[in-house]
Design a protein around this ligand. Structure first.
Ligand SMILES: [Zn+2]
Length: 483
């Protein structure tokens, strides 16, 4: 997963030392608020369920599924065992037997199309020497659980597992099937993961709605500022620029130097201005963010939505709010330069790699043509590599988005839901490209910079895990339970 998308205004919200105390108080209030299940449904015994949530989460974090090589089958087998002990059949779907995906389903009456809840079992590597704890020991200390995968993405895997167990135990009558997919190989969009499942087992996961990683919330002094739901994301493509020239002696500079060619191409690419564009997601994002931000920031977000003063805000974003800058335009970042091997030899080849993150509506063929014109050098070869497919944003006017919003209102009435466009890429986009309305959700964290996804000392506030399971439960029951 990529990092969550919060405004710059949220940065520097750090946890207070009495965080756990406040969290516990909030938890009591929250527990009481939840005890009245609607429509005579049996209340979930959350106090008992909580221990179980932690047990499964700790077991999953302790299962080292670092990718590469992944070995996600170990996590999939664990989940299969837990589900089947409670009479929920589960299947492993594998291109590589060591990298299995797991799928399971609770059936509804079929009057509505299914909902898919997804989490990925693979994790990125951890540099043990930079961690203050063993990254695969799932250490509980200072109000957190520490370990690789605690926020990316074994939290979502655990929540999906618990959702199925609870639906079964509580005997909730459903209008639609609820499907759980614990996918392998999300990091780097490996061929063994969702790509394989979509191509070979689409009928197992075909759904109207999907929920997976990508959103979440920031805790400030134990309170929730807002909950984000990812409804859209940028499209990634890599472009290699390769210049060729004649090799020779460094004492006699050549007019066809490959290094100079590629350097010129990179500087033109870097100076190529991309127009700002807002869509339903980003317009709503800035509107709602303005409503809860300090006056100066709020004024900036409002100015962005208005043509007057917009240019100034755009400039401000370029300098000071780089994530917001990337949310409103296609971006190009030259991240790799390769050329030469000795100071006195003119190399015959030079290469640059540009990391392009396009807005979801960008026409990529036209964009590459535009890039060619900007570089304006036929001797520079342009070689694009496409990643996940481009996909339209998911709608804010669906039962699912409304259910996520109303779950937020019940659990965190002081907060609000904000739709976001992720600047990074997730496995929601291949689902969106197949017509699924897919939303990114996530637990509450205290900071996205410290201990976040892919970071050293990755950790989740203990409070957040059971609350996240409840949030998912509330939203899914609302959208799937029979009326
Ligand atoms: Zn992830």
């Amino acid at each position: 997963m990529m990092i969550l998308d919060f405004g710059i205004g949220m940065q520097g919200f750090s946890g207070s030392p009495e965080f756990f105390g406040l969290g516990f108080f909030a938890f009591l209030v929250f527990g009481l608020a939840l005890s009245g299940e609607p429509r005579g449904r049996r209340p979930v015994p959350w106090d008992r369920v909580e221990k179980e949530i932690f047990d499964h989460f700790l077991a999953l974090v302790r299962t080292d599924t670092t990718s590469p090589p992944g070995n996600e089958t170990r996590a999939a087998e664990y989940l299969k065992g837990v589900l089947e002990r409670e009479g929920i059949p589960a299947r492993l779907l594998a291109l590589d037997p060591k990298r299995a995906n797991l799928v399971a389903r609770i059936r509804g009456n079929g009057s509505k199309r299914p909902i898919l809840v997804m989490g990925h079992t693979d994790v990125v590597g951890a540099q043990r020497e930079k961690w203050s704890v063993d990254p695969f020991a799932a250490v509980r200390k200072d109000g957190y659980i520490w370990g690789r995968g605690t926020v990316d993405d074994k939290d979502n895997v655990t929540a999906g597992l618990m959702l199925l167990l609870l639906l079964k135990r509580q005997g909730v009558k459903l209008d639609r099937d609820v499907i759980f997919l614990a996918e392998a190989g999300e990091e780097g969009y490996a061929p063994e993961g969702l790509r394989y499942v979509i191509a070979n087992h689409w009928e197992e996961i075909d759904a109207e709605y999907a929920l997976a990683e990508g959103g979440g919330g920031i805790l400030k002094d134990g309170k929730v500022f807002y909950l984000s739901v990812a409804t859209s994301e940028k499209v990634r493509l890599e472009v290699q620029l390769i210049a060729r020239g004649t090799a020779g002696h460094g004492s006699m500079p050549r007019p066809d130097s490959a290094v100079i060619r590629v350097a010129n191409a990179v500087s033109r690419v870097a100076a190529w201005a991309q127009p700002m564009r807002l869509d339903e997601t980003t317009r709503t994002y800035f509107q709602r963010l303005a409503g809860i931000s300090p006056p100066e920031e709020a004024a900036r977000y409002r100015a962005l939505l208005d043509s007057r003063g917009r240019a100034e805000v755009e400039q401000y974003f370029v300098q000071n709010e780089i994530r917001h800058n990337s949310m409103i335009r296609t971006s190009l970042s030259p991240n790799v330069l390769k050329a030469g091997f000795r100071a006195n030899v003119i190399p015959s080849e030079a290469e640059a790699i540009i990391d392009i993150r396009a807005l979801p509506d960008e026409n990529l063929t036209e964009f590459i043509e535009g890039l060619r014109k900007v570089i304006a050098d036929p001797q520079v070869e342009i070689r694009p590599t496409f990643g996940r497919p481009a996909a339209p944003a998911s709608s804010l006017n669906t039962e699912m988005f409304a259910a996520l919003e109303s779950a937020q209102k019940r659990l965190y009435p002081e907060s609000l839901t904000i739709p976001i466009l992720l600047t990074g890429a997730t496995d929601l986009s291949p689902l969106r490209a197949r017509g699924v309305q897919a939303y990114g959700i996530g637990p509450l964290v205290e900071s996205e910079e410290i201990g976040g996804a892919h970071a050293d000392d990755e950790r989740i506030p203990e409070r957040s895990l059971p609350e996240f399971v409840k949030f998912l439960w509330e939203a899914v029951v609302e959208v799937a339970a029979a009326r």
